[in-house]
Design a protein around this ligand. Structure first.
Ligand code: PAD
Ligand code: ZN
Ligand code: ZN
Length: 376
């Protein structure tokens, strides 16, 4: 392309410091270096994790930063030695890389690539420099995705090539929210047919867990949220019951145990709060229940609970990006979408032009959106 090898000036949303909503600016995006790829982002969803950075609750972040990690786009140019994609390919950025070489990538049971943000900050590219500048200042990367920019640069390990026919303004949700929730049910919990499930938090992630539980054949799926506006969509996607903790004087875990006898077979926390994590654990079935933590709690949080909850046979597990090895899993998930086996389209409550990103954040904070997709 005519832009290959050159600095591109384009729109991006910069968070200048913690506590600020992203503001749309003109940024310069440097060309990709060795093993890097520059992508034209076509559509990007807003996930709560982006808001955690805006608020200042996400660990290990440097500001100013360009966030965004749930997107789809088209390769604009590639740096030296890139083999997995070529200009023009449709791609999804991976907020958890799959380098294919580290101990986690070589372990079939783990998707926590050691090059990912949980092991080392990804505020700069692997060579410890940034490809973004704005108003003469270096701007930091986020998760090596930074998709709230019309053009972004990522390492080869952080990109998956997808079907050329995939609609990018829809499949962007596979980059985080849908894959996280659906995988938490299918891969992490391994929900069984006929089982009972409880999902705490009915945002994009929680609703995707519901879809996973339904696909797995769960017979009872109970959605829990303090915002009752979320109930209609949860029922449309497979919840059999929806309840609000605010409607009961007793703790919600007691309500769930009474509803199910001994507790649910699988409980999921998709909010990111310590109190609901403990409630989810206590609602799982005595002797055999599994509680899956999915929500991202504020940095520095500590979880405390009565160990007898575990000693009496409950299992507490975590799920990171749905336990998918994303580089190999995403192309298959997108194929399943193209073959109409899975369909997260119903999660898209709003589609806005990129300039309206602040409105997208306000909708999320007001509990009015499920997934707001921004299009360039
Ligand atoms: P969201 O904000 O759209 O949804 C959260 C839902 O929880 C909302 O519907 C709220 O009304 C509801 N809620 C809030 N407080 C309570 C409460 N006390 N009791 C019951 N319900 C409540 O977020 P999301 O769906 O985009 O993300 C959910 C979490 O998952 C969030 O913490 C995000 O950072 C995390 C996440 N984790 C991973 C991972 O790999 N584990 C990936 C992506 C997102
Ligand atoms: Zn996310
Ligand atoms: Zn790796």
């Amino acid at each position: 392309m005519a832009t290959a090898g050159k600095v591109i000036k384009c729109r991006a949303a910069v968070i200048w410091e913690a506590g600020q909503i992203p503001s749309v600016e003109e940024v310069e995006v440097a060309p990709p270096r060795t093993h890097e790829i520059r992508v034209k982002i076509v559509a990007t969803g807003i996930c709560r994790t982006d808001d955690h950075v805006a608020v200042g609750l996400f660990p290990g972040i440097s500001y100013p930063v360009i966030v965004g990690h749930e997107a789809a786009g088209i390769v604009e140019s590639v740096g030296p030695e890139v083999t997995c994609v070529k200009p023009g390919d449709k791609v999804i950025p991976l907020c958890v890389p799959q380098c294919g070489e580290c101990a986690s990538c070589l372990n079939p049971k783990s998707n926590c690539c050691l090059k990912g943000h949980v092991c080392q900050p990804q505020n700069l590219m692997p060579d410890k420099t940034s490809r973004f500048t704005c108003r003469g200042k270096q701007v930091y990367h986020f998760l090596w995705t930074s998709t709230f920019s019309e053009y972004t640069v990522m390492p080869e390990a952080s990109i998956a090539k997808i079907d050329d026919a995939a609609p990018l303004e829809k499949v962007c949700l596979f980059g985080c929210g849908f894959s996280t929730g659906y995988g938490a049910a299918i891969n992490s919990a391994k929900v069984e047919p006929g089982s009972t499930c409880a999902i705490f938090g009915l945002g994009g992630v929680g609703l995707s867990i519901i879809m996973g539980c339904k696909t797995a054949g769960a017979s009872r799926i109970i959605g829990i949220d303090i915002n009752k506006d979320k109930f209609a969509k949860a029922k449309e996607l497979g919840a059999t019951d929806c309840i609000s903790p605010n409607d009961f004087t007793k703790p919600i875990e007691k309500v769930l145990v009474e509803m199910t006898g001994l507790g649910v077979d699988y409980s999921f926390e998709a909010i990111g709060r310590i109190d609901t994590e403990v409630a989810a654990l206590a609602s799982s079935r005595l002797g055999s229940g599994t509680c899956v933590l999915v929500g991202e709690p504020p940095s520095g949080s500590q979880l405390t609970f009565d160990p007898r909850l575990i000693l009496t046979g409950r299992k507490l597990i975590g799920s990171f990006l749905g336990d998918w090895k994303l580089k190999e899993a995403l192309p298959k998930l997108v194929s399943d979408y193209m073959n109409r086996c899975i369909n997260p389209d119903a999660l898209i409550s709003h589609t806005l032009p990129f300039e309206k990103i602040a409105e997208g954040f306000e909708l999320l904070r007001a509990g009015k959106s499920i997934r707001c997709v921004l299009v360039f």
